[in-house]
Design a protein around this ligand. Structure first.
Ligand code: IVH
Length: 683
């Protein structure tokens, strides 16, 4: 019995952890175009979360990553609410899963229905609205409901029609995928490497980054392309009765529609199309990560509808990660910003899904040993979802002689200091806090896009600034304007780049607190955790003064994170860095700094329902979270309070049935104004 209870509490903890983790990866992938894990790893996390949610349906929330798409829109652009949400697609990873999708659809529309197979482009989804034949707005997917207004950026794409003529009456919404051609991607990266800038991860992120430029003239300089694959909402007299007809209609209006599609009647034929493109995908100059199979008749599509965020009328039949053989020339090590010694493979260059791979991560010592990778081996390299390539196996049958088994270095490759692998940990660490490689990595991280985002400071520039002693730590970056002459004198610099760089540094002074927290490089503090901490403590001093217990009271912050943050600030040199940033005029407090609120709702679970008069839904949700509570989309026995506005329906009924306390807005306000407030219910 105790075991079962323990298991449940482990599962529940894992559920929260998965939501937070997936949320973080969503932000990395959709929000800042800098993924840290492969698509396959992401799919695995989503699968685990779905399984857990299926076992604990009471705990489903509206904002779970299984119910939402992508990440909320970033703040640099105006927001656009999609009249009809942009859905995601369910995945099938093998023929059996494709057949299962077909059976589910057949239950609703009968066994025999035609399908259209087309390519699944791995770019950035957009919805483009034309009013009376003219391009009016273009938006990214965002979280599926609200996206970013990128109209002006889309206008710069030459092949996208700006007018569609009289055949498109009233208002139509065209949906498609913005792509960055692979050939252009490779030449852009070659140029970036020559300039000492970090290469972009993959064409998808590059397309996203190019489209989401605040200055559309930057987008105009990028070779973007849009493939149209559907209409946003059906409208009488517009388009056709079938998906195939829609593709023809879009093409007639002047949109680029991929010619690589075909109608099929059976799952077997869909599989043939899939296999054909699995072979042929290298012919394409666009990243393609599978095939989309869609029910052809639009009336069937409407009848099938969607479940959660996924339509029943379409499925993504995903290509497996691509694998290639090559030679492992060398195993080398770099030193991470926290001193980890990270092994990586130097490979004989090999082209995998359109990108030339020269290096791959090897993760850690155990990974290398378990695969028995040795220098000179022929190896299999996998590149899943266009993200970090991995060496997955060696082919020892090709081994010449008996190369040495792999050994971790006992000294730091940068400073020569001793390397230690702490008991129970996977990574070895350089124990020298003054290690120059750690400092370099930390500064590279500090200026990177998810952190202070200082454009023009890439790896090479950081190395030069350190080498020339123009900076000795991150805070010195903000004193570079005093050394303008020396900067101009550097190779490849010059007046204009120096002005741009100093401008970018100036702009970064006002980044929100969460970004600064990310930039410090505290272990376990990524974007998600940083924004939770910033939201709760509002300014750096509040956070520095907080005890681990106070941090742990924030939902989403566990004991390990709290310990890591507290340890970081207990180190005098770190506090000194923060002081120097403060003196340099870096923002350390969020603008709407209110006094940190007492966590009067700590641990309490709320459901909000009905129409409220004093708050918008998101205002009251933010307020509950600010005060330490959490908000869920459905009422269960674990709910503490239901805040009900006008016309509250089934959730209020559920609350009454389950005897959960209900509050109107006034009672809610009285409660949060403090326990002494008259009429406040007891917590
Ligand atoms: S149809 C209801 N067709 O894949 C969703 N999507 O993983 C209908 N995508 O958000 C989407 N190629 O951005 C469709 N030929 C294609 C596609 C495609 C790429 C993207 C799209 C979607 C994502 C879902």
């Amino acid at each position: 019995m105790a075991d079962a209870a323990e298991q449940i509490s482990t599962d529940l903890a894992r559920l929260d952890q998965l939501r937070a983790e997936i949320g973080r990866h969503n932000t990395l992938y959709y929000g800042i175009d800098a993924p840290e894990i492969t698509d396959a790893q992401y799919d695995e996390l989503m699968r685990e979360l779905r399984d857990l949610e299926a076992r604990f349906p009471d705990l489903a929330t509206e904002d779970s990553p299984t119910q939402t798409v992508g990440a909320p829109p970033s703040t640099g652009f105006a927001q656009v609410t999609h009249p009809v949400p942009l859905l995601s697609l369910g995945n099938a990873f093998d023929l059996e899963e494709l057949a299962a999708w077909h059976r589910r659809a057949a239950r609703l529309i009968g066994d025999e229905f035609e399908m259209v197979c087309e390519l699944k482009f791995d770019g950035l989804a957009v919805a483009i609205t034309y009013e009376d034949g003219r391009l009016a707005t273009g938006a990214t997917r965002g979280d599926g409901r609200v996206g970013e207004d990128v109209t002006e950026n889309l206008r710069t794409i030459g092949s996208l029609p700006k007018e569609v003529g009289a055949e498109a009456p009233g208002r139509i919404e065209v949906r498609g995928e913005v792509m960055f051609p692979i050939s252009e991607f490779e030449s852009l990266n070659r140029w970036r490497e020559e300039e000492g800038l970090a290469p972009y991860a993959n064409p998808r992120n590059t397309a996203a980054g190019s489209l989401r430029q605040i200055d559309p003239s930057v987008t105009a300089g990028r070779p973007l392309q849009v493939f149209a694959y559907g209409l946003g909402y059906p409208q009488d007299g517009v388009g056709a009765d079938t998906h195939l007809g829609t593709l023809g209609y879009l093409s007639d209006l002047g949109f680029s529609v991929s010619p690589n599609h075909r109608t099929v009647d059976t799952v077997g034929e869909a599989d043939d199309f899939y296999r054909e493109w699995l072979e042929r995908r290298e012919e394409l100059d666009y990243a393609c990560d599978g095939v989309v199979v869609k029910v052809n008749r639009l009336d069937y599509q409407r009848h099938l509808g969607h479940v959660g965020r996924e339509p029943r009328w379409a499925v993504a039949y995903k290509f497996p990660a691509e694998r290639r053989e090559t030679v492992l020339i060398d195993i080398r090590f770099n030193v991470g910003r926290t001193g980890t010694i990270n092994p990586y493979a130097v490979l004989e260059p090999v082209v995998i899904s359109g990108a030339t791979i020269r290096q791959a991560t090897l993760h850690n010592e155990d990974n290398i040993r378990s695969r028995d990778l040795r220098r000179g081996d022929r190896v299999v390299v996998e590149r899943a979802g266009e993200v970090i390539p991995q060496v997955i196996a060696s082919l020892p049958e090709h081994r010449a002689g008996d190369p040495d088994e792999f050994e971790m270095p006992s000294e730091c490759p940068s400073c020569g200091h001793g390397v230690v692998r702490p008991e129970g940990e996977a990574m070895s660490h350089c124990m020298n806090s003054g290690c120059p490689a750690q400092l370099t990595r930390l500064i590279e991280h500090f200026v990177s896009r998810g952190a202070m985002d200082i454009d023009g400071l890439g790896e090479k520039q950081v190395a030069v600034l350190l080498e020339k002693e123009l900076i000795a730590d991150a805070a010195d970056i903000f004193r570079l304007q005093e050394r303008r002459e020396e900067l101009v004198a550097l190779e490849r610099m010059g007046e204009t780049s120096v002005s741009n760089l100093l401008g970018a540094i100036e702009a970064s002074r006002s980044r929100p607190l969460a970004r600064v927290l990310v930039a410090l490089g505290i272990r376990l503090v990524g974007a998600e955790v940083a924004s939770l901490l910033a939201r709760r403590f509002r300014d750096m001093d509040g956070l520095i003064a907080a005890s681990p217990e106070e941090m742990e009271a924030v939902p989403g912050i566990g004991p390990k994170i709290a310990r890591s943050v507290a340890d970081y600030f207990s180190d005098e040199s770190n506090r000194d860095l923060v002081d120097r940033l403060r003196r340099a005029g870096v923002n350390l407090a969020d603008a709407d700094r209110a006094e940190p609120r007492e966590q009067v709702l700590a641990g309490k679970k709320f459901v909000v329902t009905g129409r409220l008069s004093r708050f918008s839904r998101s205002e009251i949700q933010d307020m509950i979270k600010d005060l330490g509570g959490s908000v869920s989309g459905s009422v269960s026995k674990r709910t503490d309070f239901v805040v009900a506005g006008e016309d509250a329906g089934s959730k209020l009924a559920a609350a009454l049935e389950l005897e959960v306390k209900t509050l109107d807005e006034d009672a809610f306000l009285a409660m949060v104004d403090g326990p002494d407030a008259p009429g406040s219910p007891e917590l």
